[in-house]
Design a protein around this ligand. Structure first.
Ligand SMILES: Nc1nc2c(ncn2[C@@H]2O[C@H](COP(=O)(O)OP(=O)(O)OP(=O)(O)O)[C@@H](O)[C@H]2O)c(=O)[nH]1
Ligand SMILES: [Mg+2]
Length: 341
């Protein structure tokens, strides 16, 4: 699938490139524009026409926006370019679909998708039904309302199931603490920063790791021994810039392992130029998921890579490690023991 990336504002293109590549898209061009969002196409009309002619010239199948688009902007852009148009949220959802195997993760992704599609469905349904059954308050209105009621019922149903899962997870976490006195250390951080690689190092676990965003979508818990004491380590879904609130509320149960932990290891890929900015995004997301009061250790990972030797901008205590090659792990374990005691 040949893809053209479009971005409005000074946004980093790294995430959208990585997400597109992991979906197998061939990136054939990029168009960026500075300035404010416009109602019709998000980008200016002149720029939108430029995108359309470039899409034609480069034989593009899909136009991927690095921003959020409204339903009417998607329709307008599809009409103008003659290509499929998706935005940043669709892109993330498509990547999630690839790695979603558990019932819980499937429900969470479905919830985000159904809620997101609601205005699209209402619009499309309205057009079709009203053409067949015209007249306000007539049969057309009735069909639209009853179809929308079915979709809303599905949303309520998923939310109920997820709430139940959330309750079970909270109960289990509480029991671990109160009955067994176990301390829980959670791995959190930007997607692809090396959380699962570190999890495997600390617990001898076998979490799947790969150089692609959102490889992990489900929480995993494993034991380790620190200073002769058993400690539980959890690995979970990574964060990304501009994650819509709908994801955070849908993934509440999955993220509760972070919320209920005694200590967070904020895993950062220190070799990236955006490391400090990504850590800031993660700290904001941690607050949004209700984990703002849990103490944090900055774990500066991938220090073996070129550019991985610059601590600039990180507060103490920070541990320099390479989860891949196993450097710095004893220092990190010492720091964890110290913070848990
Ligand atoms: N060079 C180097 N590569 C690393 C290091 N740690 C992890 N990686 C690589 O970085 C990529 C991502 O690692 P993961 O452990 O899957 O990262 P993650 O944070 O769990 O990613 P998601 O689950 O997708 O959010 C993989 O290709 C790892 O081999 C490291 O210390 N050094
Ligand atoms: Mg992972």
């Amino acid at each position: 699938m040949r893809a053209l990336l479009v971005s409005l504002g000074k946004k980093d293109l790294g995430d959208v490139r990585a997400l597109s590549t992991s979906l197998g898209y061939e990136l054939v061009g990029e168009v960026t524009q500075d300035g404010y969002p416009k109602p019709k196409y998000l980008i200016g009309s002149g720029k939108a026409r430029e995108v359309a002619s470039l899409a034609d010239e480069l034989d593009v199948d899909i136009v991927v926006f690095n921003n959020h688009l409204s339903p009417s902007q998607v329709v307008a852009l599809e009409q103008l370019t003659g290509c499929d148009v998706i935005d940043r949220v669709d892109l993330i959802l498509n990547v999630f679909d690839q790695h979603t195997f558990s019932v819980e993760a499937k429900l969470q992704v479905e919830l985000v998708r159904v809620k997101r599609n609601l205005p699209f469905i209402k619009r499309a349904l309205g057009r079709r039904v009203k053409a067949e059954h015209p007249g306000y308050g007539g049969a057309g209105e009735f069909i639209i309302n009853s179809s929308m009621a079915g979709i809303r019922k599905r949303i309520k149903n998923i939310e109920k199931k997820l709430k139940e899962m959330d309750r079970r997870v909270e109960e289990r976490d509480l029991k671990r603490k109160s009955e067994f006195g176990l301390r829980v250390v959670s791995l959190a951080g930007y997607t692809n920063s090396g959380k699962s690689t570190l999890f495997n190092r600390l617990t001898s676990g076998s979490q799947i790791t790969s150089d692609a965003p959102f490889t992990t979508l489900q929480s995993k818990i494993g034991p380790t021994f620190l200073g002769g004491r058993k400690v539980l380590i959890t690995d979970t879904i990574g964060f990304i810039e501009d994650l819509p609130h709908s994801f955070i509320s849908a993934f509440r149960a999955t993220l509760s392992s972070i919320r209920n932990s005694d200590l967070i290891l904020l895993v950062c890929d220190i070799s990236e130029d955006e490391a400090v900015e990504k850590a800031r995004i993660c700290r904001t997301t941690l607050k949004e998921i209700g984990a703002g009061d849990v103490p944090i250790i900055n774990v500066l990972n991938k220090s073996d890579k070129p550019g991985g030797d610059k601590p600039g901008g990180f507060e103490n205590p920070s541990a320099f490690i390479s989860a891949k090659y196993g450097y710095g792990l004893n220092g990190l374990k010492g720091l964890i023991s110290e913070r848990l005691s």
